[in-house]
Design a protein. Sequence first.
Length: 254
Amino acid sequence: EGVAPQEYTLIKMRVVELPSALAALKSAASRPVFLVAATLRPETMYGQTNCWLGPDVSYVAVQSRRDEVFVCTRRSATNMAYQGILKKDNVVEVLGEFKGSQLMGVKLSAPMTTYQVIYTLPMLTVKDDKGTGVVTSVPSDSPDDYAALNDIKNKPALREKYGVTEEMVAVEPVPIIDVPEYGSLSAPSICQKMGIKSQNDKDKLTEAKEKVYLKGFYEGVLLVGEHKGKKIQDVKKTIQDALVSKNEAVMYQE
Ligand code: A2H
């Protein structure tokens, strides 16, 4: 933990079909429910293909300032309460509590992505003490996401364990950013070069992230959307602001 606060963009991923755990919440029936994913890369949201939850991580449902239901870790809900994001300031009123495993295969609608619906899937490396414990997946630009997507696609036993169907994993990385040396699918490209096959290849993944992350930020060029052709560093803030002003995202610090 550094001294300076980390600022995340929380992406609001709308639950379009309530799983039984969420349907049991009285307050969820009449209010929109969102999984809120913490990201440092709001400009990559064009390439979302799914959402990661930790199967053993605990999540809570809380009420937002705008009377929506947010699903996230209790720790992040407490931070949100102090940041004026929740209905009541400084207190967390928990509407319900779940394990990630109870929220797998949930159908979501997420901003900016070309996929009309995407699904929650398990990622075993989701940390419960970082961000909201909800992670949006952009396998074109995140080596972690690409490796975890390969695992769930290639391992039928893993899908079966969490009730994930083939339809839910029938997604491919979307080319959204051109990164010099790595091309328009930088994460798949570096994973292939380094022989990364799974989310268990931790040391290699750390190295892969270091290699593509800075290069993507300083030299990456958007290939899609209204800022097509522009450098990431020149449009990141604009895209973040647009998401927030459309109420598709909330700024959050920890
Ligand atoms: B990033 P930092 Cl395209 N557990 O978003 C594990 N990983 C988490 C997490 C948690 N609880 N909460 C957030 N994250 C991920 C996009 C992205 C991200 C891209 C490329 C790189 C990248 C799409 N996934 O992060 O330790 C989220 O993934 C590389 C660092 O606070 C979030 O941003 O620096 C990032 O880790 C935050 O990690």
